[in-house]
Design a protein around this ligand. Structure first.
Ligand SMILES: Cc1ncc(COP(=O)(O)O)c(C=O)c1O
Length: 452
């Protein structure tokens, strides 16, 4: 037995992996990732796999970027962890300042946490407490979007719309309102042109706000891409209209940019395309270049001021995590932002994103590809049994999973979302790598009829 085979043996005995039916693991080996370089992962035998999903939508500048590695090493020598209540430190201060300057107008304060779920939980709790302290104690409910995803903690799940993941836990959720997903491919109103439809899917939002607006604290959504919901890309004008409606009702707009932030959609933040002013911005994943866990929730000075008072008034935000503002993660995040500046990442992205978006179009001719969608460095292919009727495959067939297994044979990590196969590429992918990834993915999807 090789060293890594021994390790796999121990893994099977003691580990429990996330979002994984461990029974599958008894039948099929998992990919043992030994090391990574650039946008490739290498298994125990040295075989390369493109990290086509950026290691769960995190990696921004590729694995092992020297600038980020050096920053984390230097920070390690100086200060690796300290509690963040009653203390402060250089990387957290500098990072907060840079995030404020990069984020949409009006956001002035940064609250650090550990991951994407906590970044959203913080926004939900802050919004809730804000209204209590601002003289609107009835504003206790949130509105979220079907097929939205904000994490796996109870609060984040309460406002998620991925029943397949979270349906079982419904009895634990707090009550909220849900509006339809702007899922143009499966538009309930049967419109086929997302660029010119009447945005009928926003009517329920207007109705809830008209009838119950005084009970609503905030609306939470992922701007432009409902990622875990199936890489559902929706029009900018939906986001702009939604923001206008929310604003008109004096309700908080909570943007969850955990997946879309840091360039993935072609602009630094997805919200930038809509020119809107959120009250909360939730960040994680790409924040540290994707190399260390960290979450951040940005909010306005107005929200902040509602919590700032004499201690005995009881307005403190009693929330925090052990690793809040961790110095290593903050140093990685600062280095990642430096890479954006020094390597002209956003400028270089224009051509790369075009390459991917143009390159994905040829997949429309594949018989089992019902929808092709994408934005920036994201491209998604919805696999259907019948493209005419848009009928899905029987979930028991696990088409997405079979495609994933076939992708591994071609050196790709095509981890699916149900029957949606997608690419969520690191911004550092070169045009040549994008072409190669598209070619290999095309070959895999050409064989869907065989794996079905
Ligand atoms: C939009 C969005 N919000 C929140 C989360 C939760 O982040 P985490 O897994 O770091 O808790 C995710 C994770 O995929 C996400 O895509």
């Amino acid at each position: 037995m090789t060293d890594f085979e021994c390790l796999i043996h121990v893994d099977r005995r003691v580990l429990w992996h996330p979002y994984t039916q461990m029974r599958d693991y008894e039948r099929e080996p998992f990919l043992f990732v030994d090391r990574a370089e650039g946008i490739r992962l290498f298994d125990g035998e040295g075989r390369a796999y493109y990290d086509t999903i950026s290691s769960w939508w995190c990696i921004v500048h590729g694995h092992g970027h020297p600038r980020i590695k050096a920053a984390v090493k230097a920070q390690m020598d100086r200060l690796e962890q300290v509690h963040f209540a009653g203390t402060t430190h250089r990387p957290a201060i500098l990072l907060a300042d840079r995030l404020v300057s990069l984020s949409p107008p009006g956001l002035a304060r940064v609250f650090f946490s550990d991951n994407g779920s906590t970044a959203c939980e913080v926004a939900i709790k802050m919004s809730f407490q804000y209204w209590k302290q601002a003289g609107f104690p009835r504003r206790e409910r949130f509105i979220s979007v079907d097929r939205g995803y904000h994490g796996d903690t109870i609060g984040a799940m309460s406002l998620g719309g991925t029943a397949g993941f979270h349906g079982l836990f419904v009895p634990l959720f707090f009550p909220s309102f849900r509006i339809p997903s702007p899922y143009c491919y499966r538009c309930p109103a049967g419109r086929n042109d997302p660029d010119s439809c009447g945005l009928d899917c926003l009517a329920p939002l207007e109705a809830i706000l008209a009838e119950r607006g005084e009970e609503i604290a905030g609306v939470i959504l992922e701007p432009l891409v409902q990622a875990a919901g199936g890489m559902i890309v929706y029009p900018v004008r939906y986001l702009a209209r939604l923001a206008g409606i929310v604003n008109a009702h004096n309700v908080h707009l909570i943007l969850d940019e955990v997946a879309t932030g840091f360039g993935r959609t072609g602009t630094f933040f997805a919200a930038d395309r809509a020119g809107i002013r959120p009250d909360f911005l939730c960040l994680s994943k790409g924040l540290t270049g994707g190399v260390l866990p960290m979450g951040a929730t940005l909010t306005t000075e107005e929200v902040f001021q509602a919590f700032c008072d004499d201690y005995e008034k009881g307005k403190t935000f009693f929330h925090g995590h052990t690793f809040t503002g961790n110095p290593l993660a903050a140093a990685a995040a600062l280095a990642s932002l430096d890479v954006f500046d020094e390597e002209g990442v956003m400028e270089g992205l224009v051509k790369k994103a075009r390459r991917l978006q143009e390159g994905k179009e040829r997949f429309r001719s594949l018989p089992q590809v019902g929808d092709v969608r994408g934005i920036g460095m994201i491209a998604a292919f919805e696999i259907v049994r019948d493209p005419m009727t848009r009928e899905s495959y029987d979930p028991a067939l696990r088409i997405g999973w079979k495609i994933y297994r076939a992708g591994l044979e071609k050196g790709l990590i095509l981890r699916p979302l149900g029957d949606v196969t997608y690419l969520f590429l690191p911004l550092s992918a070169t045009e040549g790598e994008i072409d190669d990834i598209l070619d290999r993915t095309y070959q895999v999807l050409s064989g869907v009829g065989r794996v079905a």
